[in-house]
Design a protein around this ligand. Structure first.
Ligand SMILES: [Zn+2]
Length: 138
């Protein structure tokens, strides 16, 4: 499922803005969001008063189960070190996997578990890099 959060922001011009922030986008379940992602409309709003574009400077998780793809999409201008970030994600992932196995190990069919651990977490900056990533996979 895609996960969202409503945020209230105050624009530089004083206008109160309500923005729907996506923390994750699952295009297998919500295919209509794909266009929104690739047009750059995710986590962005235009102030109705001064027309300025406001972007939320935080990553969202792009998920496509048909391609076994999970990628954190950071803003292009983000200063984050992707390699470091991925390493951290993997460490967390390994922990989470161990935890899941511990708790639900007996209830998860082995093939499902294998499927889960095959999803490679990735991280990119900007939509262009996401497109390249998907291009490489198809
Ligand atoms: Zn404004």
């Amino acid at each position: 499922m895609s996960s969202t959060q409503n945020l209230n922001l105050i624009c530089g011009c004083g206008q109160l803005l309500n923005i729907k922030r996506y923390r994750s986008v699952n295009i297998t379940i919500d295919p209509e969001l794909k266009t929104k992602v690739f047009s750059g409309a995710i986590n962005r709003i235009q102030c109705p008063k001064c027309k300025i574009n406001i972007k939320i400077d935080e990553p969202f998780l792009y998920q496509d189960q048909n391609q076994n793809l999970m990628a954190w999409v950071y803003p292009c201008e983000s200063q984050v070190d992707l390699e470091k970030e991925i390493k951290q994600i993997y460490e967390l992932d390994a922990q989470a996997m161990a935890e899941i196995k511990n708790r639900f190990g007996e209830n998860i069919p082995p093939e499902r578990f294998q499927e889960m651990s095959q999803i490679k977490m990735q991280a990119v900056k900007g939509i262009e890099q996401l497109e390249q990533l998907i291009g490489k996979m198809t």
